[in-house]
Write a protein that binds this ligand. Structure first.
Ligand SMILES: [Zn+2]
Ligand SMILES: [Zn+2]
Ligand SMILES: [Zn+2]
Length: 364
Protein backbone atom coordinates (compact mmCIF):
# COMPACT_ATOMS: atom_id res chain seq x y z
CA UNK A 1 0.00 0.00 0.00
CA UNK A 2 1.09 3.49 -0.77
CA UNK A 3 -0.07 6.14 1.67
CA UNK A 4 -1.19 9.25 -0.12
CA UNK A 5 -1.65 12.50 1.76
CA UNK A 6 -4.92 14.22 0.86
CA UNK A 7 -4.37 17.24 3.11
CA UNK A 8 -4.68 18.55 6.66
CA UNK A 9 -7.69 19.34 8.86
CA UNK A 10 -8.32 20.89 12.24
CA UNK A 11 -8.89 18.62 15.23
CA UNK A 12 -10.46 19.44 18.61
CA UNK A 13 -9.73 18.94 22.27
CA UNK A 14 -12.13 19.09 25.22
CA UNK A 15 -10.99 20.88 28.37
CA UNK A 16 -11.16 18.41 31.31
CA UNK A 17 -11.69 21.30 33.72
CA UNK A 18 -14.66 23.09 32.15
CA UNK A 19 -15.68 20.76 29.25
CA UNK A 20 -15.22 23.54 26.67
CA UNK A 21 -14.39 22.24 23.19
CA UNK A 22 -11.36 23.95 21.72
CA UNK A 23 -9.88 24.06 18.22
CA UNK A 24 -6.91 21.66 18.02
CA UNK A 25 -4.20 24.24 17.24
CA UNK A 26 -5.22 26.32 20.30
CA UNK A 27 -3.00 25.56 23.31
CA UNK A 28 -5.14 27.16 26.04
CA UNK A 29 -8.80 26.59 26.83
CA UNK A 30 -11.23 29.15 25.44
CA UNK A 31 -13.47 28.69 28.47
CA UNK A 32 -11.15 28.72 31.50
CA UNK A 33 -7.73 29.54 30.09
CA UNK A 34 -6.12 26.31 31.35
CA UNK A 35 -3.39 24.74 29.15
CA UNK A 36 -4.18 21.49 27.35
CA UNK A 37 -2.79 18.71 29.57
CA UNK A 38 -0.46 16.17 27.83
CA UNK A 39 -2.90 13.32 28.48
CA UNK A 40 -5.90 15.03 26.85
CA UNK A 41 -6.05 13.63 23.34
CA UNK A 42 -7.13 15.42 20.19
CA UNK A 43 -10.55 14.43 18.85
CA UNK A 44 -11.82 14.27 15.33
CA UNK A 45 -13.97 17.24 14.36
CA UNK A 46 -17.57 16.33 13.39
CA UNK A 47 -17.08 18.10 10.08
CA UNK A 48 -13.64 18.28 8.45
CA UNK A 49 -12.50 20.81 5.85
CA UNK A 50 -9.10 20.55 4.19
CA UNK A 51 -6.87 23.47 5.17
CA UNK A 52 -5.88 25.87 2.41
CA UNK A 53 -3.76 28.33 4.41
CA UNK A 54 -0.06 27.63 3.67
CA UNK A 55 1.06 28.76 7.13
CA UNK A 56 -1.39 26.43 8.87
CA UNK A 57 -0.39 23.53 6.61
CA UNK A 58 3.27 24.16 7.47
CA UNK A 59 2.40 24.02 11.19
CA UNK A 60 0.45 20.79 10.65
CA UNK A 61 3.47 19.27 8.88
CA UNK A 62 5.93 20.36 11.57
CA UNK A 63 5.34 17.25 13.68
CA UNK A 64 3.86 16.60 17.14
CA UNK A 65 3.83 19.42 19.65
CA UNK A 66 6.13 19.34 22.68
CA UNK A 67 5.04 19.58 26.30
CA UNK A 68 7.37 21.64 28.46
CA UNK A 69 9.36 19.53 30.97
CA UNK A 70 8.92 22.30 33.61
CA UNK A 71 5.33 23.55 33.30
CA UNK A 72 3.71 20.98 30.97
CA UNK A 73 2.71 23.79 28.56
CA UNK A 74 2.15 22.80 24.95
CA UNK A 75 4.58 24.19 22.37
CA UNK A 76 5.04 23.77 18.61
CA UNK A 77 7.55 21.14 17.50
CA UNK A 78 9.82 23.88 16.18
CA UNK A 79 10.02 25.84 19.47
CA UNK A 80 13.29 25.81 21.45
CA UNK A 81 11.89 27.46 24.59
CA UNK A 82 8.54 27.16 26.32
CA UNK A 83 6.09 29.92 25.41
CA UNK A 84 4.59 29.81 28.91
CA UNK A 85 7.58 29.61 31.27
CA UNK A 86 10.59 30.20 29.00
CA UNK A 87 12.22 26.90 29.99
CA UNK A 88 14.32 24.94 27.49
CA UNK A 89 12.33 22.32 25.59
CA UNK A 90 15.28 19.95 25.06
CA UNK A 91 13.78 17.42 27.50
CA UNK A 92 10.18 18.07 26.42
CA UNK A 93 7.79 15.23 25.69
CA UNK A 94 6.37 15.04 22.18
CA UNK A 95 2.61 14.44 21.93
CA UNK A 96 1.49 11.09 20.60
CA UNK A 97 1.00 11.03 16.84
CA UNK A 98 -0.05 8.54 14.19
CA UNK A 99 -3.34 7.37 15.68
CA UNK A 100 -6.14 6.89 13.14
CA UNK A 101 -9.15 8.78 14.51
CA UNK A 102 -11.73 7.92 11.85
CA UNK A 103 -12.86 8.18 8.26
CA UNK A 104 -12.50 11.65 6.77
CA UNK A 105 -15.70 13.55 7.54
CA UNK A 106 -15.94 15.65 4.42
CA UNK A 107 -19.74 15.77 4.23
CA UNK A 108 -21.80 18.07 6.43
CA UNK A 109 -22.61 16.47 9.77
CA UNK A 110 -26.03 16.51 11.42
CA UNK A 111 -26.71 19.53 13.62
CA UNK A 112 -25.91 19.17 17.32
CA UNK A 113 -28.72 19.75 19.77
CA UNK A 114 -27.61 21.54 22.95
CA UNK A 115 -28.19 19.26 25.95
CA UNK A 116 -28.82 22.25 28.21
CA UNK A 117 -31.27 24.40 26.24
CA UNK A 118 -32.29 22.25 23.26
CA UNK A 119 -31.07 24.68 20.59
CA UNK A 120 -29.93 23.09 17.33
CA UNK A 121 -26.38 24.17 16.43
CA UNK A 122 -24.34 23.56 13.25
CA UNK A 123 -22.19 20.43 13.60
CA UNK A 124 -18.91 22.34 13.61
CA UNK A 125 -19.96 24.57 16.54
CA UNK A 126 -17.84 24.27 19.65
CA UNK A 127 -20.43 25.79 21.97
CA UNK A 128 -24.15 26.50 21.94
CA UNK A 129 -25.04 29.69 20.12
CA UNK A 130 -27.99 30.23 22.48
CA UNK A 131 -26.67 29.44 25.97
CA UNK A 132 -22.92 29.00 25.46
CA UNK A 133 -22.85 25.43 26.85
CA UNK A 134 -20.15 23.11 25.56
CA UNK A 135 -21.31 20.82 22.77
CA UNK A 136 -18.81 18.07 23.57
CA UNK A 137 -20.59 14.71 23.46
CA UNK A 138 -21.79 13.48 26.82
CA UNK A 139 -21.08 16.75 28.61
CA UNK A 140 -24.43 17.22 30.39
CA UNK A 141 -25.86 13.80 29.95
CA UNK A 142 -27.87 14.93 26.95
CA UNK A 143 -26.51 12.08 24.91
CA UNK A 144 -27.16 8.74 26.54
CA UNK A 145 -24.00 6.74 27.08
CA UNK A 146 -23.93 3.73 24.80
CA UNK A 147 -25.41 0.84 26.67
CA UNK A 148 -22.67 -1.68 27.16
CA UNK A 149 -24.76 -4.75 26.72
CA UNK A 150 -22.00 -7.23 26.21
CA UNK A 151 -23.69 -10.60 26.12
CA UNK A 152 -22.18 -12.84 28.73
CA UNK A 153 -21.13 -16.05 27.10
CA UNK A 154 -22.97 -18.92 28.64
CA UNK A 155 -20.82 -21.91 29.16
CA UNK A 156 -22.79 -24.85 27.93
CA UNK A 157 -21.91 -28.31 29.04
CA UNK A 158 -19.17 -29.20 26.62
CA UNK A 159 -18.21 -32.45 28.32
CA UNK A 160 -20.66 -34.76 26.66
CA UNK A 161 -19.49 -34.01 23.07
CA UNK A 162 -15.84 -34.45 24.14
CA UNK A 163 -16.55 -37.92 25.51
CA UNK A 164 -18.49 -38.70 22.36
CA UNK A 165 -15.53 -37.64 20.23
CA UNK A 166 -13.15 -39.85 22.22
CA UNK A 167 -15.46 -42.83 21.79
CA UNK A 168 -15.78 -42.14 18.06
CA UNK A 169 -12.00 -41.86 17.68
CA UNK A 170 -11.53 -45.15 19.51
CA UNK A 171 -14.11 -46.84 17.26
CA UNK A 172 -12.38 -45.47 14.15
CA UNK A 173 -9.04 -46.76 15.43
CA UNK A 174 -10.51 -50.20 16.01
CA UNK A 175 -12.06 -50.23 12.54
CA UNK A 176 -8.74 -49.34 10.91
CA UNK A 177 -6.98 -52.02 12.93
CA UNK A 178 -9.59 -54.59 11.87
CA UNK A 179 -9.19 -53.67 8.20
CA UNK A 180 -5.38 -53.89 8.43
CA UNK A 181 -5.56 -57.27 10.17
CA UNK A 182 -8.10 -58.54 7.64
CA UNK A 183 -6.01 -57.34 4.69
CA UNK A 184 -2.78 -58.80 6.05
CA UNK A 185 -4.38 -62.18 6.65
CA UNK A 186 -3.39 -64.33 3.71
CA UNK A 187 -4.42 -67.74 2.50
CA UNK A 188 -2.75 -70.06 0.04
CA UNK A 189 -4.38 -71.98 -2.75
CA UNK A 190 -3.34 -73.90 -5.86
CA UNK A 191 -4.10 -72.24 -9.21
CA UNK A 192 -3.72 -73.40 -12.82
CA UNK A 193 -2.99 -70.89 -15.59
CA UNK A 194 -6.17 -70.73 -17.66
CA UNK A 195 -5.45 -67.85 -20.03
CA UNK A 196 -2.86 -65.12 -20.62
CA UNK A 197 -3.06 -61.72 -22.28
CA UNK A 198 -0.48 -59.23 -23.42
CA UNK A 199 -0.78 -55.84 -25.03
CA UNK A 200 1.93 -53.50 -26.27
CA UNK A 201 1.27 -50.07 -27.69
CA UNK A 202 3.37 -47.30 -29.17
CA UNK A 203 2.15 -43.73 -29.50
CA UNK A 204 2.87 -41.82 -32.71
CA UNK A 205 3.37 -38.09 -32.22
CA UNK A 206 3.10 -35.41 -34.87
CA UNK A 207 3.80 -31.68 -34.88
CA UNK A 208 0.54 -29.81 -34.55
CA UNK A 209 -0.39 -26.18 -34.25
CA UNK A 210 -1.71 -25.67 -30.71
CA UNK A 211 -3.35 -22.44 -29.59
CA UNK A 212 -2.58 -20.92 -26.19
CA UNK A 213 -3.32 -17.76 -24.25
CA UNK A 214 -0.62 -15.85 -22.46
CA UNK A 215 0.78 -12.54 -21.33
CA UNK A 216 2.73 -10.67 -23.99
CA UNK A 217 6.09 -11.15 -22.24
CA UNK A 218 5.57 -14.89 -21.75
CA UNK A 219 4.92 -15.85 -25.39
CA UNK A 220 7.66 -18.11 -26.86
CA UNK A 221 9.70 -16.36 -29.55
CA UNK A 222 8.80 -18.91 -32.25
CA UNK A 223 5.04 -18.52 -31.73
CA UNK A 224 2.74 -16.78 -34.17
CA UNK A 225 0.78 -14.22 -32.21
CA UNK A 226 -2.95 -13.77 -32.76
CA UNK A 227 -5.22 -11.16 -31.23
CA UNK A 228 -4.38 -9.34 -28.00
CA UNK A 229 -6.50 -7.48 -25.48
CA UNK A 230 -5.70 -5.45 -22.41
CA UNK A 231 -6.56 -7.15 -19.13
CA UNK A 232 -5.95 -6.82 -15.42
CA UNK A 233 -2.80 -8.72 -14.51
CA UNK A 234 -1.86 -8.01 -10.87
CA UNK A 235 -1.99 -5.40 -8.14
CA UNK A 236 1.17 -3.55 -7.26
CA UNK A 237 1.65 -1.82 -3.92
CA UNK A 238 3.82 0.82 -5.61
CA UNK A 239 2.92 3.05 -8.55
CA UNK A 240 4.08 1.45 -11.81
CA UNK A 241 3.65 2.05 -15.53
CA UNK A 242 0.32 1.18 -17.16
CA UNK A 243 -1.61 0.96 -13.92
CA UNK A 244 -4.84 2.31 -12.51
CA UNK A 245 -4.68 3.81 -9.06
CA UNK A 246 -7.31 2.42 -6.67
CA UNK A 247 -7.57 4.18 -3.34
CA UNK A 248 -9.44 3.35 -0.17
CA UNK A 249 -11.62 5.69 1.88
CA UNK A 250 -9.66 8.69 3.14
CA UNK A 251 -9.13 8.76 6.90
CA UNK A 252 -7.80 11.19 9.45
CA UNK A 253 -4.60 10.60 11.43
CA UNK A 254 -3.68 12.60 14.55
CA UNK A 255 -0.39 14.41 13.87
CA UNK A 256 -0.04 15.57 17.49
CA UNK A 257 -0.01 19.22 16.42
CA UNK A 258 -3.72 19.88 16.78
CA UNK A 259 -4.16 19.08 13.11
CA UNK A 260 -5.05 15.82 11.51
CA UNK A 261 -3.57 14.51 8.27
CA UNK A 262 -6.10 13.03 5.85
CA UNK A 263 -4.53 10.05 4.11
CA UNK A 264 -5.57 7.36 1.68
CA UNK A 265 -4.14 3.89 1.15
CA UNK A 266 -3.69 3.29 -2.56
CA UNK A 267 -2.80 0.27 -4.65
CA UNK A 268 -2.12 0.05 -8.38
CA UNK A 269 -3.96 -2.33 -10.69
CA UNK A 270 -1.56 -3.20 -13.45
CA UNK A 271 -2.94 -3.90 -16.91
CA UNK A 272 -1.13 -5.82 -19.61
CA UNK A 273 -1.77 -7.42 -22.97
CA UNK A 274 -3.01 -10.97 -23.07
CA UNK A 275 -2.65 -12.60 -26.49
CA UNK A 276 -3.65 -15.77 -28.19
CA UNK A 277 -0.69 -17.44 -29.91
CA UNK A 278 -0.01 -20.61 -31.82
CA UNK A 279 3.01 -22.87 -31.47
CA UNK A 280 3.93 -26.18 -33.05
CA UNK A 281 3.83 -28.90 -30.41
CA UNK A 282 4.29 -32.63 -30.39
CA UNK A 283 0.95 -34.31 -29.79
CA UNK A 284 -0.22 -37.92 -29.91
CA UNK A 285 -1.91 -38.41 -33.27
CA UNK A 286 -2.14 -42.18 -33.27
CA UNK A 287 -1.50 -45.25 -31.09
CA UNK A 288 -0.45 -48.55 -32.65
CA UNK A 289 -1.34 -51.60 -30.61
CA UNK A 290 -0.40 -55.24 -30.85
CA UNK A 291 -1.82 -57.84 -28.50
CA UNK A 292 -2.16 -61.57 -28.09
CA UNK A 293 -3.48 -64.39 -25.95
CA UNK A 294 -0.53 -66.74 -26.43
CA UNK A 295 3.04 -66.75 -27.68
CA UNK A 296 5.74 -64.18 -26.89
CA UNK A 297 4.83 -60.51 -26.75
CA UNK A 298 6.14 -58.33 -29.59
CA UNK A 299 6.20 -54.58 -30.21
CA UNK A 300 4.04 -53.34 -33.09
CA UNK A 301 6.02 -52.34 -36.17
CA UNK A 302 5.67 -48.67 -36.88
CA UNK A 303 6.67 -46.45 -39.77
CA UNK A 304 7.10 -42.77 -39.12
CA UNK A 305 6.50 -39.94 -41.57
CA UNK A 306 9.01 -37.09 -41.73
CA UNK A 307 7.11 -34.88 -39.27
CA UNK A 308 6.36 -37.67 -36.83
CA UNK A 309 8.17 -39.24 -33.92
CA UNK A 310 7.69 -42.19 -31.59
CA UNK A 311 5.95 -41.37 -28.30
CA UNK A 312 5.38 -43.39 -25.16
CA UNK A 313 5.55 -47.17 -25.35
CA UNK A 314 3.39 -49.15 -22.92
CA UNK A 315 3.08 -52.83 -22.13
CA UNK A 316 0.65 -54.74 -19.97
CA UNK A 317 0.29 -58.39 -19.07
CA UNK A 318 -2.27 -60.50 -17.29
CA UNK A 319 -2.50 -64.11 -16.20
CA UNK A 320 -5.78 -65.72 -15.15
CA UNK A 321 -5.63 -68.63 -12.72
CA UNK A 322 -8.42 -71.11 -12.03
CA UNK A 323 -8.64 -72.39 -8.46
CA UNK A 324 -11.10 -74.50 -6.51
CA UNK A 325 -12.84 -71.35 -5.34
CA UNK A 326 -12.84 -69.16 -8.42
CA UNK A 327 -10.70 -67.28 -10.90
CA UNK A 328 -7.92 -64.87 -9.96
CA UNK A 329 -6.08 -62.45 -12.19
CA UNK A 330 -2.41 -61.66 -11.74
CA UNK A 331 -0.52 -58.89 -13.57
CA UNK A 332 3.16 -59.63 -14.14
CA UNK A 333 5.49 -56.61 -14.14
CA UNK A 334 7.48 -57.49 -17.26
CA UNK A 335 7.58 -59.66 -20.35
CA UNK A 336 10.25 -61.78 -18.64
CA UNK A 337 7.95 -62.50 -15.68
CA UNK A 338 5.03 -63.07 -18.05
CA UNK A 339 7.00 -65.81 -19.83
CA UNK A 340 6.99 -67.93 -16.62
CA UNK A 341 3.27 -68.63 -16.94
CA UNK A 342 2.56 -71.06 -19.79
CA UNK A 343 -1.09 -72.09 -20.01
CA UNK A 344 -1.74 -75.15 -17.87
CA UNK A 345 1.15 -74.59 -15.43
CA UNK A 346 0.45 -74.96 -11.68
CA UNK A 347 1.14 -72.30 -9.01
CA UNK A 348 0.73 -71.71 -5.31
CA UNK A 349 -1.20 -68.43 -4.97
CA UNK A 350 -1.04 -66.26 -1.89
CA UNK A 351 -4.37 -64.41 -1.52
CA UNK A 352 -5.09 -61.39 0.66
CA UNK A 353 -8.20 -60.97 2.76
CA UNK A 354 -9.70 -58.98 -0.12
CA UNK A 355 -9.11 -61.77 -2.65
CA UNK A 356 -6.22 -60.27 -4.60
CA UNK A 357 -3.04 -62.17 -5.40
CA UNK A 358 -0.15 -61.01 -3.23
CA UNK A 359 2.36 -63.67 -4.29
CA UNK A 360 2.90 -66.56 -6.68
CA UNK A 361 5.26 -69.52 -6.24
CA UNK A 362 5.77 -72.48 -8.59
CA UNK A 363 3.81 -75.47 -7.24
CA UNK A 364 6.15 -78.11 -5.80
ZN1 LIG B 1 -11.45 24.98 30.27
ZN1 LIG C 1 7.00 25.69 30.37
ZN1 LIG D 1 -27.68 25.76 24.65
Amino acid sequence: MTKKSVGYVNMLWTCPRCTTRNPGPQKYCNGCGAPQPPDVAFEQAPEEKLLTDAEEIARAKAGPDLHCPYCNGRNPATAKFCGACGGGLAGGKAREAGKVVGAFRSSPAAPVVCARCGTSNPAASLKCAQCGASLAPGVTGGVPAAASATPTATRSARRVPVILLIVLAALCGLAVLAIVLFASRTTETIGVVDSVDWERSVAIEGLQAVEHEGWQDEIPSDASVGSCREEYRYTSQQPVANSVEVCGTPYTVDTGSGYGEVVQDCAYEVYDYQCSYTVEEWAVIDTIVSSGTYGSPAWPSISLASNERQGDARESYSVVFVTDDGRYTYTPESAAEFSYFPIGSQWVLELSGFGSITGVEPAP
